[in-house]
Design a protein around this ligand. Structure first.
Ligand code: BES
Ligand code: MN
Ligand code: MN
Length: 464
């Protein structure tokens, strides 16, 4: 029987070529101009699951982009692993900042990835990480090493809020029945410090519009006498944090889970270099909520950030104008127990209440979702931990992440199963940014680690 290491050694060039083909298709879900590419990517994923040994594959139509479903059921009495991933990617903008075109994948060596990394939009988030599961399945089915049942559910709208999947899951509870959900769409601390993601933050995303006069005005003729919506908007936004960087929206922290001193001490044990962190993104100093460490600020504490702000004249040269309108897109990262719909309402009420009578304010909610915490005292976590021990030779560190995969909380609500987050990307892989990449070593290490998870999870299920 071929071992996974041998199988990877014999097939790694093909594994890379296939991923490169997948990365060439620009499946940007946010932009309708890419619709046919998104659909072609769905076809690619469906075909790849068929070739990897699924007995049944389906292109499941939804109100939006299709969900790819695949399964291989070997014995109803054995446990079932449900793999989730996404085939859509973020827009490549700002495209001029890429050192090579985002949909023409190239392999380049970096300081962190001396063996080379694939540079392309979606390389790490999530095509590369999703495809590791397809190749792990191929190994297990073709060599007789699949120890349990497996189902795949790969969506094409994760980067825009998973609306169609939220529609699909409650309608397909039987079909999606499983014992554990397995996702690789997060990261780990470093290639020599494996970690398992044990938490995701929730999200509330809103857009605000401030309207002053009914038309743009001459800033000399009217300046000083009417409210400037941009001045007002920036003042309102600035007031959302106090001098300690606490968020000022009344009730915002009401349900925030407070970690015990012991839990915080445990968190502080994770290896972290503040100097390296500052250096990696070229900042003079970190900044954030008083009383919390950097790791706490971006994992266990909620945030409020402006993602974009616009209005008035931004073209070349100078134009003297008081704009009629000003806009901003604002996201709030939430922690367990904060309800995203309730937070959206708190934001809306507060933002409307602080607007001076001189302007009108409109708050438009976009998408959102709940945070998630993975238990570490169950067999899924133990199986994942043993899998990393086998392939990395080290026990992984549990670590909460600041990112969001809102659909995970919905999986638990409808399917009643826990999710295990085995991410193999690094923070430096520049997901959502120009020059996104994924280390070849990480890609192959993921393919190596995944089959061990299946094995240990099946073994541990028998002794339960
Ligand atoms: N894969 C990311 C989330 C992620 C990345 C979690 C790294 C933890 C570590 C996912 O594709 C993503 O980008 N999620 C969005 C939210 C979504 C609703 C658009 C996010 O976190 O901004
Ligand atoms: Mn992702
Ligand atoms: Mn993403």
């Amino acid at each position: 029987m071929s071992t996974i290491q041998n199988y990877i050694e014999e097939n790694k060039d093909r594994f890379l070529e296939e991923l490169i083909s997948l990365l060439k298709i620009p499946s940007v879900s946010a932009d309708k101009a890419y619709k046919s590419a998104v659909l072609n990517t769905a076809d690619f994923v469906l075909e790849s699951l068929k070739k990897a040994g699924c007995d049944l594959v389906e292109m499941c139509e939804t109100p939006g982009y299709p969900i790819i479903y695949g399964e291989k059921i070997i014995d109803k009495n054995l446990p079932t692993v449900l793999v989730y991933g996404h085939y859509d990617v973020q827009p490549a903008d700002p495209i001029e900042l890429w050192t090579s075109p985002p949909f023409e994948p190239v392999i380049k060596k970096t300081e962190i990835h001396p063996e080379g990394a694939i540079f392309a939009r979606g390389a790490c988030d999530d095509k590369g990480q999703m495809y590791m599961h397809v190749k792990a399945l191929e190994y297990m089915t073709s060599t007789g090493n699949l120890p349990c049942n497996v189902k795949f559910m790969i969506e094409g709208e994760e980067e825009v809020g998973s609306e169609s999947l939220s529609w699909f899951v409650p309608r397909n509870i039987e079909k999606l029945a499983n014992d554990v959900i397995l996702i690789s769409d997060t990261g780990m601390i470093a290639n020599d410090i494996p970690s398992i993601t044990t938490g995701l933050r929730g999200l509330s995303y809103v857009e605000v519009e401030v309207t002053g006069p009914n038309r743009d005005l001459h800033s000399g003729l009217y300046g000083g006498a009417v409210a400037n919506p941009i001045n007002i908007l920036t003042k309102m936004i600035a007031s959302l944090h106090d001098e300690n960087n606490h968020i000022t929206i009344p009730g915002f922290y009401d349900n925030v889970e407070e970690l015990s001193a012991a839990e915080r001490a445990e968190m502080a044990k994770a290896p972290f270099s503040l100097t390296a962190y500052e250096k990696s993104i070229a900042i003079g100093a970190v900044y954030g909520e008083k009383g919390y460490s950097t790791n706490e600020r971006n994992a266990i504490r909620p945030t409020l950030d402006v993602n974009g702000i616009w209005g008035g004249y931004t073209g070349e040269g100078a134009k003297t104008v008081i704009a009629s309108k000003a806009f901003a897109k604002i996201s709030m990262r939430l922690v367990p127990n904060q309800d995203w719909r309730a937070i959206t309402t708190l934001f809306k009420n507060h933002f409307e209440s602080i607007a001076p009578a001189a302007v009108k304010v409109l708050v438009k909610p976009h998408h959102g979702g709940q945070g998630y915490v993975t238990p570490t005292d169950n067999i899924a976590y133990q199986a994942a931990s043993k899998a990393y021990e086998t392939s990395f030779g080290k026990t992984p560190i549990p670590q909460r992440s600041g990112g969001s995969i809102p659909i995970v909380a919905l999986f638990e609500q409808h399917l009643k199963s826990k999710t295990i987050l085995m991410g193999f990307g690094l923070d430096s892989d520049a997901i959502h940014s120009p020059d996104e990449h994924f280390g070849i070593w990480n890609y192959l290490k993921g393919i190596e680690t995944i089959p061990y998870f299946y094995k240990y999870f099946t073994d541990l299920s028998k002794t339960e």
